[in-house]
Design a binder for this molecule. Sequence first.
Ligand code: BTN
Length: 265
Amino acid sequence: MDINRILRETFVVEAEHREELGSTNDRAMQRTKQGASRLPLLVIADRQTAGRGRGGNRWWTGSDSLAFSLLLESAAVEGKKDTPRFTLGRRSNSGPNVLLGLGAGVAVVESLKPLLENVEIGILWPNDVMAAGRKLAGILVEVLPNGRTIIGIGINTNNSMADVPAELLPIATTLLDLTGKRQNHTEILVTVLNRLEEQITILKCAPAELAARADALCLQRDKPLAIQHDRKTVAGLCRGIAPDGALLLETPDGLRSFYSGTIIK
Ligand code: BTN
């Protein structure tokens, strides 16, 4: 990993690269408690022993995959003052950073697409990155009590499905398995971080544009799906992603918007 190149070519101002960590999100959280002041801070781990996913799930960090977290100042991801609907962090009123998560999904898809000729790649709301119908990358956005935000991204790069836990066999994929080629992690990181910076800029000045990009990549559109929200399951036909980042579901009760929830099918 060429940390100097990452510092030179991206908006990251400090980077910590470890052979092993429990979770890069947890380490970023610890760094903020220790008073990290040079942000954006990037934390990368070659191995995670306790990688975390959304909804309390675990994240399998296969050997030679990419796992990193970016710690951002809250102001770095807040919308303009006259668009409070799109502010993030504790003041968010549009679900837990749904737009930032979508932006990260867009950044990952746009970065990996050129590596995957003739493979369909897109997003499952809120921010799973899928390729050839299987999960290629996952994103975990967390807001800390001090308003800082952590964007954790795991990408199945040079790991192989040959080593995957049995339960993931039918649902996950890796760049190596899809292309037969090993990728350069520094190259991917530089590209993803630059795309992420672009999305954060768009989020601040034109959030609906970010949502439109995510909508264009949404693989659920016009498909039946069910979401678990507030301990209830709501089923309907997906009508894509709204300009404020909500998942649109056409239900027997009309068109409904969801800002959070777990997709169950
Ligand atoms: C999901 O799909 O449920 C989200 C997975 C997010 C995994 C990444 S790997 C880097 C960062 N550290 C973690 O513990 N989780 C995120």
